[in-house]
Design a protein around this ligand. Structure first.
Ligand code: BV8
Ligand code: ZN
Length: 250
């Protein structure tokens, strides 16, 4: 059997699982946004940022060590996201949700699932469009609006004057408790977990598909390369999200 026959069989098996499912969790990573032109996290560090490790720059220590550098990194990613559009994978996931009870849980901070019309996407790692107070006074707001009101880099919290920071989950930080609880509950209740575009390396998010499997869900994994959680899958569909999701879902 050549590769394309195997891919065709895997897609057919995945389609059958989607058709039989009553409650689906779609769990996405940076790969679902790759075809929108947003570099995946591993290769997000291009150009000026190339000399840094993501795990170093996306940390509170990294920010405190050089607030302007890290604020500028996020501002440039925010600008890039603003000029990108959701792609065929985001749109297919939105169509799926209109047909079958589907919870979308994403590791991405780009907000593209929401822009594609997905209802209540669970953003486990926050959202790059939002800022919050570094000192934890409770303020959060739109990062670009804050920059317009306060041209310092980084701008300061309008409530207490401390630095503002991106409202994303940095390495070494807890995930927001409510989104995590909702994501976990959805995985426990699902009969199908569709994993799209993740290396499966970042925890605790990467543990969600195994929670779904342990609760009896079938697992489909979609991506062009091996991932750290492929062994969990009933079906692995090798391919790009934009190519695989529409035929899998429609
Ligand atoms: C925590 C926001 C502790 C910021 C992000 C050793 C072992 C295990 C864990 C750890 C460890 N050492 C440290 C840890 C914990 C750490 C962790 O998991 N580190 C990893 C690197 C080993 N985790 C944490 O720190 C988490 N917090 O553990 O807190 C704690 C506990 C108790 C009390 C207090 C504290 C916080 C993790 C969240 C970090 N923040 N994002 C920002 O974006 O700047 S995560 C960041 O990386 C992204 O948001 C994304 O979620 C993640 C990267 O993962 P992916 O989405 O999978 O992206 P990646 O680039 O890796 O892969 C892309 C995939 O797409 C690939 O598979 C590729 O093949 C595929 N692809 C490419 N093109 C396409 C495609 N797929 C489909 N179609 C295509 N066209
Ligand atoms: Zn504050």
């Amino acid at each position: 059997m050549n590769a394309s026959d195997a891919d065709r069989d895997a897609l057919a098996a995945a389609r059958a699982l989607v058709a039989d499912a009553a409650r689906i969790v779609v769990f996405t990573g940076a790969g679902v946004s790759a075809e929108s032109g947003i570099p995946t996290f591993r290769d997000a560090l291009t150009g000026l940022w190339a000399r840094f490790q993501p795990e170093r720059l996306a940390t509170e220590e990294g920010f405190v060590a050089d607030p302007p550098l890290v604020w500028r990194w996020y501002a440039s990613r925010r600008e890039a996201v603003r000029s990108c559009q959701p792609n065929a994978a985001h749109d297919a996931i939105t169509r799926l949700q209109r047909r079958i009870a589907t919870t979308v849980v994403t590791q991405n901070v780009d907000g593209l699932h929401r822009r594609a019309g997905t209802v209540d996407p669970i953003e486990l790692h926050g959202n790059i469009a939002r800022a919050k107070c570094l000192a934890g006074c409770g303020w959060t707001g739109d990062a670009s609006a804050l920059e317009a009101a306060d041209t310092r880099i980084p701008p300061h919290c309008p409530v207490c004057g401390a630095f503002a920071r991106p409202d994303v989950v940095w390495f070494g930080e807890m995930l927001p408790p409510d989104p995590w609880a909702c994501a976990e509950a959805a995985c426990r209740a699902a009969d199908l977990c569709v994993v799209v575009g993740t290396s499966g390396l970042v925890h605790p998010a990467a543990g969600l598909p195994s929670i779904a499997r342990a609760a009896g869900a079938a697992v489909v994994i979609v991506g062009p390369e091996d991932s750290a959680i492929d062994d969990l899958a009933d079906v692995v569909v090798r391919g790009r999200a934009g190519d695989v999701m529409p035929p899998m879902i429609d």
